[in-house]
Every structure is written in C-alpha cells, then in structure tokens.
Design a protein around this ligand. Structure first.
Ligand code: NAD
Ligand code: MG
Length: 398
C-alpha cells in the first residue's frame, strides 16, 4: 500500500454502532496503519472499552455520563484517557486528525460533525441527519476549513463516485435506489398492524434501530433525497427514487444526453466506507466481489406513495426549505422512538411527522433572526421535539 495516500490519523465517532464497527473491521481487513485519536460511543461502555483496548486511541469518550465509571474501570491502567458527555464528544471531534468517521445516529451527530469539519478533517459522513438539519452550513464549514465531506451513505457514495462535479450542470436526474424495506410488498393492513420486531427486520442489512425503522417507513429515503439535494446541489424535482430490492445498483446519474451512469456492488457498507477513507485512491482489501451471474435478475419498481407517505413529506420539507427539514428530522426521531417504545403504531410515524410540521407552520413563529445556523437548527430541533411529543401523547390517548 506504499503508494497510496491514505489518512494516518483518524477518529471514529459512533464506533460501537453498525457503521462504526464496520469501519474498524475494514481497517483490520485492509491492514491499514492508522493512529486513532478518539473512539466515541453513546452508552455501551463494554464495547467501547473492548475497541479501545484493541485500537489504542488516545481518548475514549462515552456520551452517557452514567456509563463513565464502568468505562474507567475497564480501561484502568491502559493509559487511554476517558471522558463523558455530549460536550466531550464534540470536543474530541474538534481535535486535529486527517479523517473522521461521523457515524453517530440522529441530531446528536450534528455538533461533533461540524466540529470535525471546522477542524479541516476529511469527514466521512454516515450521519445523514446532520446534513438534513444543517446541510449548507456543514458543507460551507468544511470547504472554508480546507477539508471535505465525503458521503458514506451507499446511495450518495455511488453518486459521488460517478458524478463528475465539472458536469453537475449537465445532469438531468439523480436516481436513488431503495431496498423498499421490510414492508416493500406488505399490504396497508399488514403495515397498520406491524410490530416493532417486523419493522426492525431489514431484508438485506443489519443496521441500527433508528435507520431500520426509517427504512421500513421509507423516511430513510426521504432523508436521503434531502441529503442528495444538499451534497450535489440538485433541485428536488431532479431527484427520483426507485425501489430496487436486490440492492446491487446503489444509485444512478442521468446526464442531459440520455446517458446514465451507475455504481454497483454487493449490499455491504464496507465498500462505501473504504471509498471515503482512501478517496481519490482505492483501498485494496478482501472485499466480497460482485458476481452478476449469481446476483440474479435486477428488478425495479416505483415506491407506493400511499403506503410510504414519508417520501413526499420529505420532498415537501425540502421544497419549503428554511427550518422545515430540521423540524421534520426531529419529529421523525421522536416518532421512531415512540414506536420503538410501543407508544404509537407503525403508520402513526408519518402522521406524527406531518402533523408536527403543520402545527409548527400554523404557529407562525417569527423567522428566527439568528446568524448562527447551528444554534438555529438546535432551536428548531428542540421545538419540533416538543410539538412531536404532544402529537404522540394525543395519539396514544386516542
Ligand atoms: P447505530 O445505532 O448502530 O450506531 C449509532 C452510534 O452512535 C453508536 O456508536 C452509538 O453508541 C452512538 N450514539 C447514539 N446516540 C448517541 C448520542 N446521543 N451521542 C453520542 N453518540 C451516540 O446506528 P448505525 O446504523 O451505525 O447508523 C449511524 C448513522 O449512519 C446514522 O445516521 C445512519 O442513518 C447512518 N447510516 C447507516 C447505515 C447502516 O447500514 N447502518 C447506512 C447508511 C447510513
Ligand atoms: Mg442509504
């Protein structure tokens, strides 16, 4: 690997999650020599400590302060520093390293991701919620600091790999593919009665709980439409979604002359992580290879707008702009949490999001005169969470 120009100093935010673990696994399989500055987690002290003892970061940070004693005890005598709390996660994200994996789930990822961007790191972005809530300022921050945001979300990695930025003005459509989730072929009645376990059972991937529910409602694809609009400066009407159950084609770019370019690979998050790590080089590792003969027929269908209203809710929020995407994201996080707690039904999730956006619109709060975009995203996030919780309570009482 001597000739490749790979990052040497890295941090992994959200290292105990699905993407975080895949990142460390990829480092291992590729045999890259990285010095890890920070590993961070939400509350799984046991897994974080185990990773820290293997990877020897300078610091291991746990967001949940109640888990700090356990983390300390497990790392006693290792020489690895420990810290706890949301601010500590953001503080270590701001340290100077060449590459940061942003793999915290939800709005909680925004401040650390921005801190990493501000410090000029190459940010490998899995945390799509931070783009949805503050896309333009995140991208501007990275650019000003001389860093970059490289998407890890497989669809956006696909587009990133085939879209020539010099030709962005000559793109007629971006086509994001979607597995369709566990309810792709379910009836409305089946979805109305869907249990937590059924909704968590993604057909092709083992992912965190939140994105698994987002895949089941297809809000995941809604978030991804917004993510694509910001990342590739594309108007919403030029972004389409196609259901592609085999998840072999990860997305497509159609140019004005009618030529369409696609990126293919087995359904596996490690190749997009490898791409974001080595870009513009290509990381050699024992990757599972795509075998088109055994992959079988590739099929496509349009998403059903009746069963998956989240897609159009997201497109409307994007078109409305301003604080609507951040409000939508917050309402969705609360609705998903309520469903996982069995407080609302599956098909209530998009209703909570739509109703929250409507109530926030009706409240006609004066435009926040705030030139700090993060502070304004935070205010919107907090307000939308409060409204969404009210809607959830109303539904649960009904
Ligand atoms: P996950 O739930 O498995 O992991 C989330 C990580 O964030 C864990 O390390 C957790 O400890 C940490 N965390 C949770 N809450 C936190 C908080 N409040 N503060 C600090 N850390 C916190 O989720 P995941 O599936 O790995 O997804 C991570 C992100 O990547 C999400 O934004 C998701 O949409 C995106 N993503 C995931 C996949 C996938 O295949 N899993 C694919 C594309 C994009
Ligand atoms: Mg995706």
């Amino acid at each position: 690997m001597g000739t490749l120009n790979l990052p040497r100093t890295v941090s992994v935010l959200g290292s105990t999650g699905s993407i975080g673990m895949s990142t460390l696994e990829l480092f291992e399989l590729a045999g890259v020599e990285v010095e890890i500055f920070a590993l961070t987690a939400g509350r799984n002290a046991a897994r974080l400590a185990e990773q820290a003892l293997r990877w020897r970061p300078q610091v291991a940070v746990i967001e949940d302060e109640a888990a700090l004693p356990e983390l300390r005890e497990r790392l006693q005598g290792s020489g690895i520093r420990t810290a706890a709390g949301a601010q500590a996660v953001t503080d270590v994200a701001a340290a100077e390293v060449q590459w940061v994996m942003s793999a915290i789930v939800g709005f909680a990822g925004l401040a650390p991701t921005l801190a990493a961007a501000k410090a000029g790191a190459i940010v490998a972005l899995a945390n799509k919620e931070s783009l949805v809530c503050a896309g333009p300022s995140l991208l501007r921050t990275a650019k000003l600091a001389g860093g970059a945001v490289i998407p890890v979300d497989s669809e956006h990695s696909a587009i990133f790999q085939v879209l020539d930025p010099a030709l962005a003005g000559q793109v007629s459509r971006l086509i994001l593919t979607s597995s369709g989730g566990p309810f792709r072929d379910a009836t409305h009645a089946q979805m109305a009665a869907a249990t937590r376990e059924q909704a968590l059972a993604h057909p092709n991937f083992s992912m965190g709980a939140k994105i698994s529910i987002d895949s089941a409602t297809m809000m995941n694809k809604g978030l991804e439409v917004i993510e694509a609009a910001y990342l590739f400066a594309m108007p919403p009407e030029r972004i389409e979604v196609l259901v592609h159950p085999q998840q072999i084609i990860h997305s497509l770019v159609e140019y004005a002359d009618g030529s369409t370019l696609a990126q293919l690979g087995p359904p596996d998050m490690r190749p997009p992580i490898a791409c974001a790590f080595a870009w513009p080089d290509r990381l050699p590792w024992p990757a599972p290879r795509l075998d088109l003969v055994t992959a079988g027929p590739l099929t496509f269908q349009h998403p059903d707008p009746q069963r998956f209203p989240s897609l159009s809710i997201a497109k409307q929020a994007l078109a409305r702009g301003g604080r609507a995407p951040a409000a939508m994201n917050a309402a969705n996080e609360r609705a998903v949490a309520a469903f996982l707690d069995r407080r609302i039904r599956f098909l209530d999730i998009p209703n909570v999001v739509a109703e929250t956006l409507e109530r926030m619109d009706r409240a006609a709060t004066p435009a926040v005169l705030d030139n700090d975009p993060v502070e304004s995203a935070r205010n919107t996030d907090a307000e939308a969470r409060r409204v969404a919780d009210e809607v959830v309570i109303g539904l649960a009482a009904a």
